[in-house]
Design a protein around this ligand. Sequence first.
Ligand code: NAI
Ligand code: A1CAB
Length: 282
Amino acid sequence: MPPSSEIQASNPETIAFIGAGNMARSLVGGLVARDKPAAAIRVAEPVAELRDAMQRDFGVAVFVEGADAVAGAATWVLAVKPQVLRSVCAALAPLAQASQPLVVSVAAGITAAQLERWLGGDVAVVRCMPNTPALLGAGVTGLYANPRVGADGRRRAQALLAAVGATVWLDDEARMDAVTAVSGSGPAYVFLLAEAMQAAAIAEGLPAEAARTLVLQTILGAARMLTEDDADAGELRRRVTSPGGTTQAAIEAFEAGGLRELVADAIAAATLRGRQLSAAND
Ligand SMILES: NC(=O)C1=CN([C@@H]2O[C@H](COP(=O)(O)OP(=O)(O)OC[C@H]3O[C@@H](n4cnc5c(N)ncnc54)[C@H](O)[C@@H]3O)[C@@H](O)[C@H]2O)C=CC1
Ligand SMILES: O=C(O)[C@@H]1CCC=N1
Protein backbone atom coordinates (compact mmCIF):
# COMPACT_ATOMS: atom_id res chain seq x y z
CA MET A 1 0.00 0.00 0.00
CA PRO A 2 1.32 3.48 -0.80
CA PRO A 3 2.47 5.66 2.07
CA SER A 4 0.08 8.51 2.76
CA SER A 5 2.69 11.06 1.65
CA GLU A 6 2.27 9.82 -1.94
CA ILE A 7 -1.43 10.58 -1.95
CA GLN A 8 -2.23 14.14 -2.83
CA ALA A 9 -5.66 15.75 -3.31
CA SER A 10 -8.80 14.13 -1.88
CA ASN A 11 -10.51 11.79 -4.31
CA PRO A 12 -14.30 12.19 -4.20
CA GLU A 13 -14.68 8.45 -4.87
CA THR A 14 -12.37 7.34 -2.05
CA ILE A 15 -13.92 6.40 1.28
CA ALA A 16 -11.96 5.95 4.50
CA PHE A 17 -13.42 3.86 7.31
CA ILE A 18 -12.23 4.42 10.86
CA GLY A 19 -12.87 1.11 12.61
CA ALA A 20 -13.23 -2.38 11.10
CA GLY A 21 -15.77 -3.87 13.49
CA ASN A 22 -19.23 -5.27 12.86
CA MET A 23 -20.75 -2.21 11.26
CA ALA A 24 -17.77 -1.31 9.11
CA ARG A 25 -17.60 -4.91 7.84
CA SER A 26 -21.29 -4.78 6.95
CA LEU A 27 -20.85 -1.51 5.05
CA VAL A 28 -17.58 -2.40 3.32
CA GLY A 29 -18.88 -5.87 2.42
CA GLY A 30 -22.07 -4.38 1.03
CA LEU A 31 -20.18 -1.77 -1.01
CA VAL A 32 -17.70 -4.25 -2.48
CA ALA A 33 -20.48 -6.72 -3.30
CA ARG A 34 -22.17 -3.90 -5.19
CA ASP A 35 -19.10 -3.20 -7.31
CA LYS A 36 -17.52 -0.35 -5.37
CA PRO A 37 -13.82 -0.76 -6.34
CA ALA A 38 -11.90 -2.11 -3.35
CA ALA A 39 -9.07 0.25 -4.30
CA ALA A 40 -11.35 3.17 -3.39
CA ILE A 41 -11.83 1.91 0.20
CA ARG A 42 -9.26 2.49 2.96
CA VAL A 43 -9.75 1.14 6.46
CA ALA A 44 -8.06 1.98 9.79
CA GLU A 45 -8.23 -0.57 12.60
CA PRO A 46 -5.88 -1.14 15.56
CA VAL A 47 -6.72 -4.86 15.93
CA ALA A 48 -4.50 -6.87 13.57
CA GLU A 49 -6.94 -9.78 13.09
CA LEU A 50 -9.76 -7.44 12.06
CA ARG A 51 -7.46 -5.50 9.76
CA ASP A 52 -6.25 -8.71 8.11
CA ALA A 53 -9.81 -9.98 7.72
CA MET A 54 -10.85 -6.77 5.93
CA GLN A 55 -7.91 -7.04 3.55
CA ARG A 56 -8.40 -10.77 2.94
CA ASP A 57 -12.18 -10.74 2.57
CA PHE A 58 -12.68 -7.52 0.61
CA GLY A 59 -9.29 -6.57 -0.84
CA VAL A 60 -9.35 -3.08 0.65
CA ALA A 61 -6.28 -1.14 1.84
CA VAL A 62 -5.81 -1.34 5.61
CA PHE A 63 -3.92 0.85 8.06
CA VAL A 64 -3.19 0.98 11.77
CA GLU A 65 -3.57 4.74 12.01
CA GLY A 66 -6.68 6.68 11.09
CA ALA A 67 -4.52 9.52 9.74
CA ASP A 68 -3.07 7.16 7.12
CA ALA A 69 -6.46 5.78 6.11
CA VAL A 70 -8.02 9.22 5.53
CA ALA A 71 -5.18 10.45 3.32
CA GLY A 72 -6.71 11.25 -0.06
CA ALA A 73 -10.23 10.25 0.98
CA ALA A 74 -12.98 12.84 0.56
CA THR A 75 -15.44 10.81 2.64
CA TRP A 76 -14.62 9.58 6.13
CA VAL A 77 -16.87 7.02 7.80
CA LEU A 78 -16.49 6.99 11.57
CA ALA A 79 -17.38 3.41 12.61
CA VAL A 80 -15.98 3.19 16.14
CA LYS A 81 -17.85 2.87 19.42
CA PRO A 82 -19.38 6.08 20.79
CA GLN A 83 -17.06 5.74 23.81
CA VAL A 84 -13.90 6.26 21.74
CA LEU A 85 -15.28 8.65 19.13
CA ARG A 86 -14.19 11.83 20.86
CA SER A 87 -10.54 10.77 21.01
CA VAL A 88 -10.69 9.45 17.44
CA CYS A 89 -12.02 12.83 16.28
CA ALA A 90 -9.40 14.74 18.28
CA ALA A 91 -6.63 12.82 16.50
CA LEU A 92 -8.16 13.54 13.08
CA ALA A 93 -9.19 17.16 13.73
CA PRO A 94 -6.13 18.83 12.12
CA LEU A 95 -6.61 16.72 8.97
CA ALA A 96 -10.35 17.44 8.94
CA GLN A 97 -9.66 21.16 9.12
CA ALA A 98 -7.05 20.90 6.36
CA SER A 99 -8.97 18.72 3.90
CA GLN A 100 -12.65 19.49 4.73
CA PRO A 101 -13.97 15.95 4.15
CA LEU A 102 -17.54 14.81 4.31
CA VAL A 103 -17.69 13.05 7.69
CA VAL A 104 -20.23 10.25 7.97
CA SER A 105 -20.77 8.89 11.46
CA VAL A 106 -22.63 5.69 12.26
CA ALA A 107 -22.20 6.05 16.03
CA ALA A 108 -25.30 5.68 18.16
CA GLY A 109 -26.24 8.75 20.14
CA ILE A 110 -23.38 11.06 19.20
CA THR A 111 -24.75 14.26 17.67
CA ALA A 112 -23.60 16.09 14.56
CA ALA A 113 -22.80 19.14 16.74
CA GLN A 114 -20.56 17.04 19.00
CA LEU A 115 -18.71 15.60 16.00
CA GLU A 116 -18.28 19.02 14.44
CA ARG A 117 -16.92 20.43 17.70
CA TRP A 118 -14.56 17.47 18.28
CA LEU A 119 -13.24 17.81 14.71
CA GLY A 120 -12.39 21.45 15.25
CA GLY A 121 -15.55 23.15 13.96
CA ASP A 122 -17.07 23.92 10.55
CA VAL A 123 -17.18 20.33 9.29
CA ALA A 124 -19.81 18.77 7.00
CA VAL A 125 -21.31 15.92 9.02
CA VAL A 126 -23.87 13.32 8.05
CA ARG A 127 -25.02 11.38 11.07
CA CYS A 128 -26.50 8.10 10.07
CA MET A 129 -27.81 4.92 11.58
CA PRO A 130 -27.50 1.83 9.39
CA ASN A 131 -28.04 -1.76 10.48
CA THR A 132 -26.15 -5.01 9.97
CA PRO A 133 -28.33 -6.43 7.15
CA ALA A 134 -26.34 -3.88 5.11
CA LEU A 135 -23.93 -6.79 4.62
CA LEU A 136 -26.57 -8.41 2.38
CA GLY A 137 -27.63 -5.17 0.74
CA ALA A 138 -30.81 -5.43 2.81
CA GLY A 139 -30.07 -2.73 5.37
CA VAL A 140 -31.97 0.42 6.15
CA THR A 141 -30.32 3.66 7.21
CA GLY A 142 -31.68 6.83 8.76
CA LEU A 143 -29.64 9.91 7.82
CA TYR A 144 -29.40 13.48 9.05
CA ALA A 145 -27.15 16.14 7.47
CA ASN A 146 -25.89 19.17 9.34
CA PRO A 147 -26.30 22.55 7.61
CA ARG A 148 -22.72 22.42 6.27
CA VAL A 149 -23.53 19.47 4.03
CA GLY A 150 -24.35 20.66 0.52
CA ALA A 151 -26.11 18.88 -2.32
CA ASP A 152 -22.93 17.02 -3.31
CA GLY A 153 -22.33 15.82 0.26
CA ARG A 154 -25.90 14.56 0.50
CA ARG A 155 -25.51 12.79 -2.81
CA ARG A 156 -22.29 11.11 -1.65
CA ALA A 157 -23.79 10.01 1.66
CA GLN A 158 -26.88 8.79 -0.15
CA ALA A 159 -24.77 6.80 -2.64
CA LEU A 160 -22.75 5.26 0.21
CA LEU A 161 -25.72 4.06 2.24
CA ALA A 162 -28.05 3.31 -0.69
CA ALA A 163 -25.44 0.77 -1.84
CA VAL A 164 -26.31 -1.35 1.18
CA GLY A 165 -30.07 -0.89 1.47
CA ALA A 166 -32.93 1.59 1.82
CA THR A 167 -32.42 5.13 3.12
CA VAL A 168 -34.63 7.50 5.12
CA TRP A 169 -33.54 11.14 5.49
CA LEU A 170 -34.68 13.03 8.59
CA ASP A 171 -34.90 16.80 8.99
CA ASP A 172 -35.01 16.61 12.78
CA GLU A 173 -31.84 15.17 14.31
CA ALA A 174 -33.63 14.62 17.62
CA ARG A 175 -35.43 11.66 16.01
CA MET A 176 -32.15 9.83 15.25
CA ASP A 177 -32.20 8.11 18.65
CA ALA A 178 -35.62 6.67 17.77
CA VAL A 179 -34.23 5.45 14.43
CA THR A 180 -31.40 3.78 16.33
CA ALA A 181 -33.88 2.11 18.67
CA VAL A 182 -36.15 0.87 15.87
CA SER A 183 -33.93 -0.14 12.95
CA GLY A 184 -30.33 0.17 14.18
CA SER A 185 -30.93 -2.22 17.05
CA GLY A 186 -33.97 -3.82 15.42
CA PRO A 187 -32.29 -6.84 13.82
CA ALA A 188 -31.38 -8.01 17.33
CA TYR A 189 -35.06 -8.03 18.31
CA VAL A 190 -35.85 -10.36 15.39
CA PHE A 191 -32.87 -12.55 16.29
CA LEU A 192 -34.17 -12.71 19.89
CA LEU A 193 -37.57 -13.78 18.58
CA ALA A 194 -35.86 -16.46 16.47
CA GLU A 195 -33.93 -17.71 19.51
CA ALA A 196 -37.12 -17.86 21.59
CA MET A 197 -39.12 -19.61 18.85
CA GLN A 198 -36.38 -22.19 18.29
CA ALA A 199 -36.14 -22.91 22.01
CA ALA A 200 -39.92 -23.26 22.22
CA ALA A 201 -39.97 -25.57 19.18
CA ILE A 202 -37.35 -27.81 20.77
CA ALA A 203 -39.33 -27.77 24.04
CA GLU A 204 -42.33 -29.05 22.04
CA GLY A 205 -40.24 -32.02 20.92
CA LEU A 206 -38.93 -30.94 17.51
CA PRO A 207 -35.32 -31.88 16.60
CA ALA A 208 -33.02 -28.85 16.74
CA GLU A 209 -32.26 -28.81 13.02
CA ALA A 210 -35.94 -29.05 12.12
CA ALA A 211 -36.73 -26.29 14.62
CA ARG A 212 -34.09 -24.08 13.04
CA THR A 213 -35.36 -24.58 9.48
CA LEU A 214 -39.00 -24.08 10.48
CA VAL A 215 -38.31 -20.89 12.43
CA LEU A 216 -35.86 -19.25 10.04
CA GLN A 217 -37.93 -19.95 6.95
CA THR A 218 -41.04 -18.67 8.75
CA ILE A 219 -39.32 -15.38 9.59
CA LEU A 220 -37.97 -15.05 6.04
CA GLY A 221 -41.37 -15.79 4.52
CA ALA A 222 -43.18 -13.41 6.87
CA ALA A 223 -40.64 -10.64 6.15
CA ARG A 224 -41.15 -11.13 2.41
CA MET A 225 -44.93 -10.94 2.82
CA LEU A 226 -44.55 -7.75 4.86
CA THR A 227 -42.51 -6.13 2.11
CA GLU A 228 -44.11 -7.65 -0.99
CA ASP A 229 -47.82 -7.70 -0.08
CA ASP A 230 -49.85 -4.48 -0.06
CA ALA A 231 -51.62 -5.53 3.15
CA ASP A 232 -50.27 -4.06 6.38
CA ALA A 233 -48.90 -6.15 9.26
CA GLY A 234 -52.22 -6.24 11.13
CA GLU A 235 -54.12 -7.48 8.07
CA LEU A 236 -51.50 -10.15 7.33
CA ARG A 237 -51.74 -11.31 10.95
CA ARG A 238 -55.52 -11.51 10.78
CA ARG A 239 -55.32 -13.63 7.60
CA VAL A 240 -53.30 -16.27 9.50
CA THR A 241 -55.57 -16.20 12.52
CA SER A 242 -58.55 -18.54 12.12
CA PRO A 243 -61.28 -17.85 14.70
CA GLY A 244 -60.89 -20.29 17.56
CA GLY A 245 -57.77 -21.73 15.95
CA THR A 246 -54.16 -22.24 16.92
CA THR A 247 -52.86 -18.78 15.98
CA GLN A 248 -55.58 -17.11 18.03
CA ALA A 249 -54.49 -19.12 21.06
CA ALA A 250 -50.92 -17.94 20.60
CA ILE A 251 -51.84 -14.29 19.92
CA GLU A 252 -54.02 -14.24 23.05
CA ALA A 253 -51.04 -15.50 25.05
CA PHE A 254 -48.81 -12.75 23.56
CA GLU A 255 -51.41 -10.04 24.27
CA ALA A 256 -52.05 -11.30 27.81
CA GLY A 257 -48.31 -11.20 28.41
CA GLY A 258 -48.20 -7.56 27.34
CA LEU A 259 -46.12 -8.02 24.18
CA ARG A 260 -47.08 -4.62 22.69
CA GLU A 261 -46.26 -2.77 25.91
CA LEU A 262 -43.03 -4.74 26.23
CA VAL A 263 -41.96 -3.77 22.70
CA ALA A 264 -42.82 -0.12 23.39
CA ASP A 265 -40.82 -0.22 26.64
CA ALA A 266 -37.85 -1.84 24.90
CA ILE A 267 -37.79 0.77 22.12
CA ALA A 268 -38.18 3.60 24.65
CA ALA A 269 -35.24 2.17 26.64
CA ALA A 270 -33.08 2.03 23.52
CA THR A 271 -34.07 5.59 22.54
CA LEU A 272 -33.16 6.84 26.01
CA ARG A 273 -29.85 4.97 25.89
CA GLY A 274 -29.00 6.81 22.66
CA ARG A 275 -29.53 10.16 24.39
CA GLN A 276 -27.44 8.98 27.35
CA LEU A 277 -24.58 7.95 25.04
CA SER A 278 -24.42 11.53 23.77
CA ALA A 279 -24.09 13.01 27.27
CA ALA A 280 -21.86 10.26 28.68
CA ASN A 281 -19.23 10.55 25.96
CA ASP A 282 -19.06 14.33 25.60
N1 NAI B 1 -23.43 -3.20 15.36
C1 NAI B 1 -24.51 -2.65 14.85
O1 NAI B 1 -25.51 -3.30 14.55
C2 NAI B 1 -24.55 -1.16 14.65
C3 NAI B 1 -23.58 -0.34 15.17
N2 NAI B 1 -23.64 1.01 14.95
C4 NAI B 1 -22.61 1.90 15.47
O2 NAI B 1 -21.43 1.55 14.78
C5 NAI B 1 -20.33 1.85 15.62
C6 NAI B 1 -19.41 0.66 15.66
O3 NAI B 1 -20.14 -0.42 16.22
P1 NAI B 1 -19.69 -1.91 15.98
O4 NAI B 1 -19.16 -2.05 14.60
O5 NAI B 1 -20.79 -2.77 16.42
O6 NAI B 1 -18.47 -1.98 17.03
P2 NAI B 1 -17.16 -2.87 16.99
O7 NAI B 1 -16.59 -2.86 18.35
O8 NAI B 1 -17.45 -4.17 16.33
O9 NAI B 1 -16.20 -2.04 16.00
C7 NAI B 1 -15.52 -0.89 16.37
C8 NAI B 1 -14.08 -1.04 15.89
O10 NAI B 1 -13.39 0.18 16.08
C9 NAI B 1 -12.04 -0.15 16.36
N3 NAI B 1 -11.35 1.00 16.89
C10 NAI B 1 -11.25 1.40 18.18
N4 NAI B 1 -10.48 2.51 18.27
C11 NAI B 1 -10.11 2.82 17.01
C12 NAI B 1 -9.30 3.84 16.45
N5 NAI B 1 -8.73 4.78 17.20
N6 NAI B 1 -9.12 3.87 15.10
C13 NAI B 1 -9.69 2.93 14.32
N7 NAI B 1 -10.46 1.92 14.81
C14 NAI B 1 -10.66 1.87 16.14
C15 NAI B 1 -12.15 -1.31 17.31
O11 NAI B 1 -10.94 -2.05 17.41
C16 NAI B 1 -13.29 -2.10 16.68
O12 NAI B 1 -12.83 -3.09 15.80
C17 NAI B 1 -20.84 2.21 16.99
O13 NAI B 1 -20.70 3.60 17.17
C18 NAI B 1 -22.29 1.80 16.95
O14 NAI B 1 -23.09 2.70 17.69
C19 NAI B 1 -24.61 1.56 14.16
C20 NAI B 1 -25.58 0.78 13.62
C21 NAI B 1 -25.68 -0.63 13.87
O1 A1CAB C 1 -26.23 -1.49 20.26
C1 A1CAB C 1 -25.74 -0.44 19.82
O2 A1CAB C 1 -25.45 0.50 20.59
C2 A1CAB C 1 -25.51 -0.29 18.35
C3 A1CAB C 1 -26.32 0.82 17.77
C4 A1CAB C 1 -27.40 0.16 16.98
C5 A1CAB C 1 -27.02 -1.24 16.94
N1 A1CAB C 1 -25.96 -1.47 17.64
